[in-house]
Design a protein around this ligand. Structure first.
Ligand code: HEC
Ligand code: HEC
Length: 471
């Protein structure tokens, strides 16, 4: 063999060896990254650049968020702020809006609260449901039953984003596909059952509810305000004759409280770690990143199908709710006083608190999907406050179908009482198709112990008030 040939074949061998080494290195990188992110290696191989960014904790597709403008409070909202903290209006003299919606706790109930709050003159009358957070309601639409709002995936920009960050809605099948097809999806509204349409209409509820502030009559409220330090503000804003009309005093007071919630930035701060990450200004830890991927993966957490995690096509930050109603079949909470009556059921949309939909059995057991912003700060979870820790919420999602015996009580003969907080006739409304649900009893859960811990870590990135650590 000539020298030329020999050196050429040596070069070929060297090239093949190099290529093999590179391939091995790439395979090792793919395997390592897949393990670090807890996703199948195929996904890493399909989008290596995106995976590399995610593995570094970085958002591969940063966005400019359209945040609400920060402006000084109007005179109306300033009055509303005073009323929000005013305990004199309550029968007990010890309760204001802030007692149940704690501004230091993401407007959730204060830390350590029981499943429900106690109100009334002696603060001994129990409520029926835990207070939701008051934050992030500024975009809430009125209650309606109408077409599914699929804006998230139909606009070209949304499709593009979905390709980069597979997220959001794609996997939500809805518990009642026929209803969705017929454009009959309940959505919007305030309260767990959507019975109030506006912050203003809503606030008269707690103000006069005997289990809450129990303010008595409009006449009593008007009298207290007339004799209070706020009287001058009322006269200034509404004219010298305002106190002649008690109904009007209450109406304006409620409007002022609503303005305060609407205008004050603390109700929509959007300063969580996740908001910074969305804008490319923060890195998630490896555990938070795995949690994010489990949250948005349609086959695992699938949480983002209902708790929207992606900004809207035009840059509105996500609120972690799709504003729709679902029956999840959470276990009954014996700690709720009303539940001592075995025949009592809180069925959400179809009553007994709201009454207009009680004939529509298909909605029985459905509750509004809550925001998950500041949810890690909540002392109670779900519409009946049955859980006190996020860990338990994640176990519910993982085990409701796969290990029901760990979620529900059993009867004397050892039979598991699935969906025990719904009358048998309404159990068909429970969502059994959308992941993480829909797996057989005994099957592997969609979320293992590590994924559940990762999800809790991710949920903590949704708490407001995050500050970048000093460098
Ligand atoms: C005793 C505790 C308590 C007090 C005091 C209280 N609330 Fe609430 N709030 C609740 C509960 C419980 C709910 C949920 C009720 C339901 O869904 O049926 C709620 C719901 C709300 C909602 C709807 C939130 C949502 O996400 O849909 C708003 C808004 C609200 N309250 C505002 C106020 C205002 C304003 C005040 C003061 C005037 C106030 N609350 C005082 C317990 C309280
Ligand atoms: C099919 C829609 C759907 C999916 C999927 C879903 N959720 Fe929910 N989520 C809801 C609804 C509806 C509620 C309220 C149910 C109730 O109280 O009866 C809720 C409540 C919660 C709460 C309690 C919040 C509060 O204020 O009490 C947390 C936390 C939560 N979900 C986290 C998750 C996580 C994490 C996942 C993914 C593992 C997930 N959700 C998947 C619809 C969904």
């Amino acid at each position: 063999m000539s020298n030329v040939l020999r050196s050429r074949s040596r070069r070929v061998v060297a090239l093949i060896a190099l290529a093999a080494l590179l391939a091995l290195g790439a395979a090792a990188w793919v395997a390592h990254t897949a393990r670090a992110l807890d996703v199948p290696w195929r996904e890493v191989a399909r989008a290596p650049w995106r995976a590399a960014q995610l593995a570094r904790g970085v958002n591969p597709a940063p966005v400019a968020l359209r945040l609400p403008p920060a402006q000084p409070l109007s005179a109306m909202a300033t009055l509303g702020r005073a009323l929000f903290y005013d305990r004199a209006l309550s029968a007990s003299g010890r309760m204001s809006c802030a007692s149940c919606h704690d501004p230091a706790n993401g407007y959730n109930p204060p830390p350590g609260s029981a499943a429900v709050m106690f109100g009334g003159a002696q603060l001994r009358t129990p409520g029926l449901r835990p207070p939701p957070s008051l934050a992030y309601l500024y975009r809430q639409r009125p209650f309606s039953i109408g077409p599914d709002n699929e804006e998230h995936e139909t606009t070209p920009a949304a499709q593009l984003r979905a390709a980069i960050a597979p997220n959001a809605r794609a996997a939500k099948l809805a518990s009642d596909p026929a209803a969705a097809a017929a454009n009959r999806v309940p959505q919007g509204g305030l309260f767990w059952d959507g019975r109030a349409d506006s912050l203003q209409a809503q606030a008269s509820g707690p103000l006069f509810n005997p289990a809450e502030m129990d303010a008595g009559s409009p006449q009593r409220v008007a009298r207290i305000l007339r004799d209070s330090a706020l009287a001058a503000q009322f006269v200034q804003l509404f004219g010298p004759r305002i106190f002649d009309d008690a109904q009007r005093v209450v109406g304006e007071a409620l409007f002022a409280i609503a303005r305060y919630q609407f205008e004050d930035p603390s109700f929509h701060a959007f300063d969580s770690k996740y908001d910074s990450w969305l804008q490319g200004k923060a890195k998630l830890s490896p555990q938070e990143m795995r949690g994010y991927l489990a949250f948005t993966d349609p086959r695992r957490g699938n949480c983002a199908a209902c708790h929207i995690a992606a900004p809207s096509a035009d840059g509105l930050p996500p609120l972690f709710t799709d504003d729709q109603y679902e029956a999840l079949g959470v276990p009954r909470n014996p700690a709720i006083a009303a539940n001592r009556d075995a025949a009592f059921f809180d069925l959400g949309l179809c009553g007994p608190v709201r009454r207009d939909l009680s004939a529509q059995q298909r909605y029985c057991g459905m509750f509004l999907t809550p925001t998950l912003r500041n949810a890690a700060r909540r002392p109670v979870f779900f519409h009946n406050g049955v859980y006190h820790e996020l860990r338990q919420v994640l176990e519910f999602y993982a085990w409701r179908d796969t290990r029901p015996q760990r979620i529900y009580p059993h009867d004397a003969r050892g039979r598991v009482l699935r969906f025990d907080d719904l009358p048998p006739a309404d159990r068909a409304n429970v969502d059994r198709v959308d992941a993480p649900f829909g797996r057989a009893s005994g099957a592997a859960p969609a979320l293992d112990a590590r994924a559940r811990r990762d999800l809790v870590a991710f949920l903590r990135t949704l708490d407001d008030g995050w500050r970048a650590p000093p460098r």
